[in-house]
Design a protein around this ligand. Structure first.
Ligand SMILES: NC(=O)c1ccc[n+]([C@@H]2O[C@H](COP(=O)([O-])OP(=O)(O)OC[C@H]3O[C@@H](n4cnc5c(N)ncnc54)[C@H](O)[C@@H]3O)[C@@H](O)[C@H]2O)c1
Length: 335
């Protein structure tokens, strides 16, 4: 699909990743409608483009609203979700409603309106614990309820593609970072402490390996999934294939931004930090989350191009220019 002149609905478009997708689609000449309930996202993320889009404050659980919005859309970029691990763990029903039933609502409305393509945001969390670079067919055993709701949502997408005549692609994002990232995870906490003149704090030995991908690389892959039909019906890893431990990440931040020696806090999983205000450590953490991006490269000619150091500098500069954005960690303990 050529994006020029196409009508595209971006759910969750006021969020971190969605807002970057909106900007990219506009730059390619698409007409964009954003649907977001602003529970986790912010209109401020869309500040630069607000006059160029239609913004609808509303919920993907509101089927009457979806039935009104969907006719005339050529494609849907489905980014809306709840992704708080602690909330998904304490309230799995709510997590399932937003992430899975919300996705079914989008698929049903899109099918009824004759939409040509849905690109769905899935997650590396569908795999659970794996060793080394994980491929798409390596088996999925999520450790968190969030991974279950995301896995179910991508399976619904596949069925709508295979049996209901609605082309879909799901992308299993690794750890996405970059400008407008929300404040709760290790990297923004490291960067925020750096900006405040303090060294990063690592909980425990920091030997959890993660695959960090810059948001602009995710957007490039996302757009290619809209433009090409080569990945229809599939779930693809959206990743770099490179593992970096949390301890290495902290050391890199410290080296790049001259913050001094990294501090270690012996915080058990589920514990509340003494050093990072309001930070609760996740439970059931994975030892390793590294995804092989080879299939996306083979099918779509895409690979991640932003080196980690470059991406960190971009996020750091953005955070410095937007001092209010990372004031406090907010946990949403209920809907
Ligand atoms: N950030 C990552 O590292 C990462 C990794 C894997 C997968 N993902 C997936 O990528 C997508 C975007 O994540 P993000 O990091 O930009 O998070 P985000 O919280 O910044 O964006 C999600 C957006 O969805 C909106 N939303 C939530 N529930 C909604 C509802 N019921 N109706 C309408 N809007 C609703 C929120 O207000 C928010 O703006 C999500 O589907 C997430 O599961 C993200």
């Amino acid at each position: 699909m050529k994006l020029q002149g196409k009508n595209i609905l971006v759910t969750g478009g006021a969020g971190f990743i969605g807002s970057h997708i909106v900007e990219s689609l506009l730059a390619k000449g698409a007409r964009v409608t954003v649907l977001d309930n602003l529970q986790f996202g912010r209109k401020e993320n869309l500040r630069a483009v607000l006059s160029d889009i239609v913004f609808v404050e509303g919920d993907i659980l509101d089927n009457a609203l979806l039935a009104r919005l969907m006719p005339g859309m050529d494609a849907v970029s489905h980014q809306a979700a709840q992704l708080e691990i602690l909330l998904a763990t304490s309230n799995p029903l709510w997590d399932l409603q937003v992430n899975t039933i919300g996705t079914i609502n989008i698929l049903e409305a899109a099918k009824a309106a004759g939409v040509e393509k849905v690109v769905n945001a899935s997650s590396a969390c569908v795999y659970g614990q794996k060793n080394g670079a994980t491929r798409e067919n390596d088996g999925r055993h999520p450790n968190w309820t969030y991974g279950v709701s995301k896995l179910a949502s991508e399976e619904y997408c596949r069925i709508y593609n295979d049996s209901k005549g609605l082309p879909t692609v799901s992308l299993r994002y690794a750890i996405v970072y970059g400008e407008r990232e929300w404040y709760r995870r290790a990297l923004p906490i490291f960067l925020k402490r750096t900006i405040d003149g303090r060294p990063p704090v690592v909980f425990g030995d920091g030997r959890q390996y993660r695959d960090f991908i810059h948001v602009s690389d995710i957007v490039a892959l996302h757009d290619r999934c809209l433009e090409s039909d080569a990945a229809n019906g599939l779930s693809l890893n959206a990743s770099t294939g490179k593992g970096v431990s949390i301890a290495e990440l902290a050391a890199l931040v410290s080296r790049l931004f001259h913050t001094g020696e990294v501090i270690t806090e012996n915080l058990p999983e589920g514990g509340v930090s003494q050093l990072v205000t309001d930070k609760k450590r996740n439970t059931d953490e994975l030892k390793s989350m590294i995804l092989d991006p080879g299939e996306a490269e083979r099918l779509l000619g895409w690979n991640a191009v932003i080196p980690l150091e470059e991406g960190l500098r971009r996020e750091y500069e953005w955070a410095r220019a937007n001092p209010g954005r990372w004031d406090s960690i907010r946990y949403t303990d209920s809907k």
